[in-house]
Structures are given as C-alpha cells and as structure tokens.
Design a protein around this ligand. Sequence first.
Ligand SMILES: [Zn+2]
Length: 242
Amino acid sequence: MHLYSRQILLDGWDIEAQEKLKLANVLIVGCGGIGCFSAELLARAGVGKITLIDADVIETSNLQRQIAYTPTDLGFYKAEILAKRLMQINPYIEIVCLTTLLDAQNAGTLVAQQDLVLDGCDNFSTRYLVNQYCRQLNVPLLSASAIGFQGQMFMVEGDSACYECLFPKEQHANESLRCADSGVLATTPNVMASLQAHHALLYLGLGNTALKQKLLLWDGLSMKQRLLSFDQDHNCPVCQAR
Ligand SMILES: [Zn+2]
C-alpha cells in the first residue's frame, strides 16, 4: 500500500485499479530501447507478472538509449539483465525471462497466457507475428516503435482492426527500417516507451482503450502528436482467419 500510495491517492485510480495491476500478466516482446523502459515503468507501478522475451545480447551501441543496461552488462542477454533489474526495483512482483526469439512455435502458448502484450521489437517479421497471435487469440496488443526522431504506437483490442489492416504485409516485405541501419536519438524510444507504459496502466487498471484502432504519431522535431483512425481491411488475412 505504501509503495503504491501515490497511485492509490489519484482521483480515478483506487485500490481496485491497483489490484487489477497486481493480477495482470503482461508480455514484453523485445527488451531494447522501448521494452527495457516500459518494463521498468510497469514493474514500478505494480504489474503483478511481467514476461520478457528477447534473444539479443547487450552491445555498446545499445547503451546510448537502453536505460536498463550499463557497460558491465555487455555480452549478457538483455532479457536476463533486465529481469534482474526489475526484481531489484520491485521484489513484490513476478518476472519471467526468455532468451529466445518469439516465433511461430512459441508465440501461441506465450501470448495466450497474457492479459496484455507490449511490442517493442526491432523488426517487421516479429511485429507481424505478434499482431497475428494477439488478434487471433483475442489478447490486447500495444505496439510501439521509434526511429530517428519519430515514434508511432497503436492498439489492437477485441474486434478492432489490426496492424496488417493498417500496413499490409506485401507492401512492407522489402523494407528494413531499423535503428541499427537508420539511427535513433537517445530520447525517442524512451518517449514512446513512456507512452506505451502509460497506456498499459490505463488499460490494465481502468479498462481504457484510448488507442484502439488508432495510430499515434509522435514527431520529435516539431513535438507534435497526432492520432489517426484506421479501418478494418476486409481482405486482411489475419482478421479473416479469426
Ligand atoms: Zn487485420
């Protein structure tokens, strides 16, 4: 109670909302610039069980923006180092870490156990896969990404349109827009991680789905934020397969 007192004091956030966080299972896909910070915010806020999945090890070029890691962590698995950090930050919650890729073999079982999935991965094939399993298993998804000075985020929930409705796969197949190739300012993924974690708390505690079927675009040069509504694509293979 003392640990979460500033939340419980909030108008519109009571013990019941806090208990909902405690009972929640959240999967974080990718422990890079977005995942490592949104995971920390959820751990501090009191989300009861957090599962981390990331197959990468920590590299020097990650340290500029991935705030969970220090130079002594170089070469270790991100998911393991992040799990240790979260357990130190909040010993009253459960942390599970997986140092494998999310793939078609493990995605179904993993996603089905969750109340919410936060995607912060760094590649399109994983993003499409997470979208597909969340949509088909009816598990809400908050997906955030950051590149350069720009960030975007959207929510897939219930019968909403999905990522593949918004960005059909065949149009994206040849793109390889990643931080590794294109660069990213230290703050951009952390802004998006904050927005993602914030929305996650609103959803888990209060059932708020503000970004359902909406694309949030954050422009880190003008500081402008826009929300675009998008519709279901009746030819979307993911939504049709449900
Ligand atoms: Zn769809």
